[in-house]
Design a protein around this ligand. Structure first.
Ligand code: GLC
Length: 729
């Protein structure tokens, strides 16, 4: 017996000395936090700093970037795509990394990866978090199959300015709805298991207040109040953090005059202490260098010192952390403890997505081939697109189009492919887009659709004459118009928010034929539509609907899908009204612009259906509110139309009197209700006391005694209300 014990002991010693035993950080059965701690203790300062370096991949810099990987200077890449390329980069890292630390690969998977879904603003108009979650999950499946483990989404900036090109990336003007969409996207991207090869880590951005721009000018530093920050801009971030988002990206802009890249109040006091975020914080593109350009830092050293001390962790593309951080620590300008905390967060996300257990999990070229642009992906993209579209006008129920009608399909979006993808359409390919002509032809027999498309810059007088001539041969006209997707997106701001005049002229002349005109609009933001509406019997807002956009448009126009989308951005009558929202803070006298009709063209939450819905019998279970009890509100909704439809029932709360001037009303809940023709349902809302709370003058969340109106309806301007009172106990 003794001999056996001695023999076993010797074997163990030999084994232990051979270094073959798993190090703790390499043991998947150990918690992520313990594995991170164990690995961190083994790392040099240089290796820790490398984890904070996020580099863009460029094919023409492949060899120099590989050299940096071999030298252990890269933590992660963005813009490196594809299982083959990313596997080869990972092989470099695993071959040269002393501790076997894998690379991670990030990308902007904003609304789809290869199969492109509608732009985020469009998706938000579905008011359908489950659908948005499925759309994000599909994007994650495709991106993960192509070697990506983290996406720079959801973007949760809250904008009220259609002049800002990035409004297309938002989920509308309401922070509550934006929060619901943020949660849906985080759930969709991250799924239930971040280590699965069909999920990716989300990165909520741009922290925070990016959309508070002057004149809609992108990147424009602005000053906004702490109240705006707390009441509006932070809300969707908190929703994403509560949903478990793994990373945050800061904004290009500033808060209280300090760039967010180096803003201790924001990056530490707010993000970590107030909001409880425990994941990785990264800069946006090159923002350490932007601080130099805008005179907010003396040099790279200054920017890195203030940035890292503020709690900023990963440096996207500026190279300043790579250049200065090791020396700054050696010179005791920056404590190594700060580097440890940052490196721990950068390592944690790699453990969370499973890269330490299998560095090649996401690099299967055969799987990539099968997964991208699959029939399943396309079906989800089509469904998302149909649910994002908003019916804005339907005179004499010209829609849905009756079968057997001869249709003239005209306009610059009749055969357009590329612009249906919208901005931030990652790996989407124009040639894979189903355009409107193809979508319509699938549903109508060939002879039913006569098509004459044109380029976006081709709406000439000659083209208009030809389109009118074709229209005269048809029973009804479908005019597909809109703005180029290059007119929207990052770094783009326009003074005008109208369509090109030649497109209005086209509509006008088509209408002069005396035929009914169904207009389909392709755009990425609210536009001024007075003249478009004047010359259209029906108007469908299709946004930039993605790869399956043309098929989705056809499905809605023919009635296969009953439109249920509702606007999440107010549409102004004139650009001079901007900003114009539904939830403005009340005042004692509303002064409207005297030179145009008052109010918006279309209010927040507006959208028509092929059915009609009647709201009735709204009541609150109790007319008094208690701190610990939810408020129960019920109402009836009946489909008095002729076809099954889905209606987004919206619930707003108005605080009649408060120590802080109340807003006009605020969205506090919504429900999607499906009703067959003639069917009536009872809809029940359960409101927590939080729905009636406000931030008082000391920015403390309080429930003040007083009268509240609970308003329910099909949009923010058309509601019935019931009163509840809170009497302090
Ligand atoms: C861009 C954007 C950001 C994006 C990043 C990486 O400039 O501001 O939203 O994720 O750079 O492409």
């Amino acid at each position: 017996m003794m001999k056996k014990i001695v023999l076993l002991y010797c074997i163990l010693c030999v084994w232990a000395c051979s270094g073959e035993q798993k190090k703790l950080y390499q043991d998947p059965s150990v918690s992520v936090d313990r594995r991170v701690d164990d690995l961190l203790k083994r790392m040099t300062l240089e290796e820790k700093v490398a984890e904070l370096c996020l580099l863009p991949y460029y094919e023409n810099k492949d060899s120099s970037l590989r050299e940096m990987v071999r030298q252990g200077k890269v933590g992660a890449f963005l813009k490196a795509n594809g299982a083959v390329l990313n596997r080869s980069l990972q092989e470099e890292a695993m071959k040269y990394s002393r501790l076997g630390i894998p690379l991670m690969f990030h990308e902007d998977v904003i609304h789809g990866y290869r199969t492109i879904t509608p732009i985020p603003l469009a998706e938000s108009c579905s008011w359908d978090p489950d659908m948005v979650e499925r759309s994000s999950a599909m994007a994650a499946t495709e991106a993960a199959a192509a070697g990506i483990q983290l996406t720079y989404a959801p973007m949760v900036d809250v904008s009220t300015d259609p002049r800002w090109g990035r409004i297309m990336e938002t989920s509308g003007e309401d922070a509550f709805l934006g929060g619901e969409m943020a949660k849906a996207r985080v759930r969709g991207f991250q799924g239930m298991d971040l280590k699965a090869n069909n999920t990716i880590m989300a990165c909520v951005k741009h922290f925070a207040g990016y959309a508070a721009l002057l004149g809609g000018r992108d990147y424009q530093n602005t000053d906004f109040s702490l109240r705006d920050l707390q009441e509006i801009y932070l809300k969707p971030f908190q929703a994403a953090i509560d949903a478990g988002v793994g990373s945050v990206m800061c904004s290009y802009t500033s808060y209280n005059g300090v760039p967010l890249t180096m803003n201790r109040f924001m990056n530490h006091d707010i993000l970590r202490q107030q909001m409880g975020f425990k994941g990785l914080l990264m800069t946006d593109w090159n923002t350490f260098n932007h601080a130099l350009t805008e005179g907010a830092a003396i040099d790279g050293k200054d920017a890195v010192t203030r940035g890292v001390k503020s709690g900023m962790e990963m440096d996207m593309s500026s190279g300043q952390i790579n250049r200065h951080l090791v020396q700054l620590v050696k010179d005791r300008v920056i404590s190594e403890k700060l580097v440890d905390e940052a490196a721990a967060h950068a390592l944690k996300v790699k453990f969370q997505v499973g890269l330490f257990d299998d560095p090649y999990r996401y690099f299967d070229a055969d799987r990539e081939q099968k997964v991208l642009l699959s029939e399943e992906s396309k079906a989800i993209a089509w469904e998302m697109a149909t649910k994002s579209m908003v019916l804005l006008k339907n005179e004499a129920e010209v829609l849905p189009l009756a079968k057997g009608k001869r249709i003239a399909l005209v306009g610059p979006f009749a055969t357009n492919r590329n612009d249906l993808l919208g901005s931030w359409s990652m790996m989407g390919r124009a040639e894979e887009v189903v355009n409107v002509q193809e979508g319509m032809s699938e549903i109508w027999p060939e002879e039913g659709v006569m098509t004459l498309g044109c380029r976006l810059d081709g709406v000439s007088e000659k083209y208009i004459r030809s389109a009118v001539a074709l229209a005269r041969q048809a029973d009804i006209i479908v005019a597909c118009i809109g703005e180029t997707s290059y007119q929207i997106g990052e770094g783009v701001t326009t003074a005008k928010i109208e369509l090109p005049q030649e497109q209005v002229e086209l509509l006008k002349q088509l209408r002069n034929t005396g035929k009914q005109v169904v207009t389909v609009l392709f755009n990425g933001r609210p536009l001024v539509l007075n003249e478009v509406l004047e010359h259209s019997d029906a108007l469908l807002e299709a946004w930039y609907p993605g790869t399956m956009g043309g098929k989705a448009v056809a499905s809605v126009l023919c009635g296969e899908v009953n439109p249920s989308g509702k606007l999440t951005q107010t549409f102004p009558r004139h650009s001079g009204q901007v900003p114009i929202t539904y939830n403005f803070r009340r005042t004692f006298y509303y002064v409207h612009h005297t030179d145009i009709p008052e109010g918006p063209q279309f209010p927040f939450g507006f959208g028509l259906s092929y059915s009609k819905y009647e709201y009735s019998d709204l009541k609150a279970e109790k007319d008094s509110l208690k701190l610990e009890e939810p408020v129960i509100v019920t109402l009836k909704i009946k489909n008095v139309g002729k076809r099954t439809g889905r209606e987004v029932v919206q619930l707003y709360v108005r605080d009649e009197v408060a120590s802080i001037i109340p807003r006009e009303r605020e969205l506090k809940g919504f429900q999607m209700v499906e009703l067959a023709a003639g069917e009536e349902k009872v809809v029940r809302f359960e409101l927590s006391p939080a729905a009636f709370m406000l931030l008082d003058a000391q920015m403390q969340e309080v429930l003040e005694p007083g009268v509240f109106r609970i308003m329910v309806g099909p949009n923010s301007a058309d509601t019935q209300s019931v009163k509840v009172v809170y009497i302090a106990e």
